[in-house]
Design a protein around this ligand. Structure first.
Ligand code: CAO
Length: 660
């Protein structure tokens, strides 16, 4: 029996990596390669496998500890004769599925005694590149000294159409790297030496075990040009034996004039991304696929209208590059490439320009996809405008550090993309006192800001002659009071608005979530703004169209009073279809109220005043009520807004019309 202290192996230079899981307990029997514990850095999680079979006798770390290479983690008792308390390192950490790290097959079980480890220096060559030669190395993710797992990316190549990873064909230490970024390589070029722990595995290394060749379909034959346009199909070319390959990006849009070889769509296998370019120049008439579709050789992708009367034979675009890396090692690695985070429904501005190709390696694309980052928006710092992982990370950091303006928040913030108002030290100009905004004020600020930014506002102004209405109101005021109703102009205005909403139902809608539908409401609830010492509230009169003026007067007085006393319940403030903001008791001649989104219109009411109105013969003194109707121009057109306020004016000028 002997005891062995197991240490953290080489974990790719990472330090202070957190132990997130201890997979064994004291007394457990483990086999070589069984996971002892799991580490997690900000880049990857790694299993630390046992280098030997035995029984766990001591745990030297606990979950949450931070460890680095060489830290003692576990004591194992074995049946063998090895020296007691020898310290052992697992041969390598096993990178698990993570954001970027491929999952590698477990290394061959490490023998306890170093004497039994047969190490061999293995030459690594560039595999068949599908007929491409002199392909540029754009990234060298591995450094000399790194312990690589089979399938770890050794280097990334980029043609003008695609990026592809060249993985390590076996596990081992990278002892020599014979190329650098910017070098151009072809099939068979010697690129690196790995020190492998298992000679039997390494013996098979050759260019044959590297990624399988990508078969490149012939480009469209040159066709004689004629003036007659014709529609030609574009089909998926030979994908190097791959089928059902996912479309991760549509690089062109219907109506685009494409040059020959301009990217049409981008596909992604588990190892590489590849562009399918237009095989000939022409206008993109139809796209038969969408992001997320899976395609195979021969599938119809698009219809192009070309000027060429070419032989319709060029059915397949040429895959500009396919680097389906079929290695002899198990296909356990994580997907490498990722699309820019765009979707067909995304606003055009956020999609990569069809002409402007994003240069990014598969690992960077994966990272971007995981964070939902549109790579076309990421400033590139790599050679030839290539986007590096750090670029994506910096972009995400920058976004996170921006004030949140599009998500609900308790603070009124600046708008997306709008430069914030500079912060000033007002105390330099005089005495100041900074106090927190009240809850109601903050909530109001956020709601108003959100509506202001989201809704394209237009305000329609009008005036209603309420001379007769006011005479009538005053004449029945006392009677109304006996019935418990304080009769101000507001209940009449609510009644008139309810009738206007019945007559113009396009004002009683909300935009659907995607902005391409309208939700028509069959009920008429009218909100009205109440000014309270703590801020603005909107109380809601339900089914206003079904209530009498007296009922409306009682209800608005009750809601207004309760609002002042902070006694409104949640349901008193919900479900409004249209809002009235009346400043009539205060003053003003007109204002532009902000639509109470998701409603699509709001009526501002200012103070009525006597105005000279021409009756055809003379000016008459009339009591005119200013109306300001703000509306969401996405849902309502200006002519309807003018009709709506004209209707309101007519009804308020002669309330008998409410009976009609
Ligand atoms: N023109 C002239 N006089 C008006 C008027 C108008 N448009 N509207 C109301 N008045 C008169 C009323 O008739 C009443 O006078 P009498 O007692 O002589 O009849 C007096 O002004 C006071 O009315 P009121 O304010 O008590 O009642 P109301 O029904 O008009 O309003 C309410 C109720 C809750 C809407 C109001 O108190 C209020 O809070 N308004 C502010 C709304 C607001 O802040 N809007 C801005 C939102 S955006 O920031």
């Amino acid at each position: 029996m002997s005891k062995h202290i197991i240490q953290v192996p080489d974990i790719g230079g990472s330090e202070d990596v957190e132990v997130i899981e201890i997979s064994v307990a004291v007394g457990d029997s483990v086999q070589a390669e069984d996971t002892l514990l799991v580490l997690e850095s900000d880049k990857a999680s790694m299993d630390i496998p046992s280098p030997m079979s035995g029984r766990i006798t001591r745990l030297l770390v606990q979950e949450g500890d931070k460890v680095s290479q060489g830290v003692q983690i576990i004591e194992i008792e074995t049946e063998g004769e090895a020296a007691s308390s020898a310290t052992e390192q697992p041969t390598a950490a096993k990178a698990e599925s993570t954001a970027t790290a491929p999952v590698a097959p477990a290394p061959a079980p490490a023998e306890v005694s170093s004497a039994t480890v047969s190490q061999q220096r293995q030459a690594i060559y560039v595999p068949d590149l599908g007929g491409h030669a002199q392909v540029e190395i754009i990234e060298l993710p591995a450094k000399v000294g790194d312990q690589l797992q089979a399938e770890d990316t050794l280097l990334t190549l980029e043609t003008d159409k695609a990026t592809m990873d060249i993985p390590a064909p076996v596990a081992g230490e990278l002892v020599e790297l014979l190329v650098k970024e910017g070098d151009k390589v072809s099939e068979g070029d010697l690129i690196a030496y790995l020190l492998t722990a298992d000679s039997s595995a390494s013996a098979t290394i050759s260019s044959n075990s590297a990624p399988a060749p990508a078969e490149i379909a012939p480009s469209a034959p040159a066709a004689p040009v004629t003036s007659a346009p014709r529609e030609q199909e574009v089909r998926v070319p030979d994908l190097g034996g791959h089928s059902q390959v996912e479309i991760i990006e549509l690089a062109a849009q219907i109506g685009d004039q494409l040059a020959e070889d301009a990217p049409l769509i981008t596909l992604e296998t588990d190892k590489a991304t590849m562009d399918i370019p237009a095989p000939f120049a022409g206008e993109l008439l139809e796209l038969k696929v969408k992001v997320g579709d899976k395609v195979s050789e021969g599938d119809l992708i698009a219809i192009l209208r070309t000027q060429s009367s070419a032989n319709p034979a060029p059915v397949a675009a040429s895959a500009s590059q396919s680097s389906a890396a079929q290695t002899s090692a198990p296909q356990a690695s994580a997907p490498i490439a990722a699309p820019a985070a765009t979707s067909p429904a995304a606003p055009k501005a956020s999609q990569p320009a069809s002409s402007g190709k994003v240069h990014a390696g598969p690992a960077v694309r994966l990272l971007a996809r995981e964070f939902g980052v549109d790579l076309s928006l990421v400033p590139a710092t790599g050679p030839r405008g290539r986007i590096l992982k750090e670029d994506v990370q910096n972009y995400v950091k920058a976004i996170l550090q921006q004030p949140r303006s599009t998500t609900p928040s308790t603070a009124a913030s600046s708008g997306a993309g709008i430069p914030p108002v500079p912060v000033q030290d007002f105390s330099q100009f005089g005495e100041i006192e900074e106090k927190p905004m009240g809850r109601l004020l903050k909530a109001g600020a956020v709601n108003l800001h959100r509506s202001w930014l989201n809704v394209p506002h237009v305000t329609q102004f009008d005036q209603a002659d309420i001379t007769e209405l006011e005479d009538f109101r005053k004449s029945i005021k006392a009677e109304a009071e006996k019935q418990g109703a304080k009769l101000t102009p507001l209940p009449f205005i609510i009644k008139a608005c309810a009738l206007a909403l019945e007559t113009f139902p396009q004002f009683n809608v909300s935009l659907g979530a995607e902005g391409d539908t309208l939700i028509w409401k069959k009920y008429i609830n009218i909100g009205f703004a109440v000014d309270t010492p703590d801020g603005l509230l909107v109380a809601v009169v339900k089914d206003a169209n079904k209530k009498s003026v007296y009922q409306l007067a009682r209800e608005t007085a009750d809601l207004g009073a309760r609002a002042q006393k902070k006694q409104l319940k949640g349901e008193d403030m919900k479900g409004s279809c249209f809002t009235i903001s009346s400043l009539g008791s205060i003053g003003g001649t007109a204002f532009t109220p902000i639509v109470n989104a998701p409603e699509v219109a709001i009526l501002g009411v200012s103070k009525a005043s006597i105005q000279p109105v021409w009756d055809g013969k003379v000016f008459q003194p009339r009591l005119m009520l200013p109306l300001s109707l703000s509306y969401d121009h996405r849902a309502i057109n200006g002519a309807d807004a003018a009709r709506f306020t004209s209707f309101l004016s007519q009804v308020l000028a002669d309330i008998r019309r409410m009976l009609l």
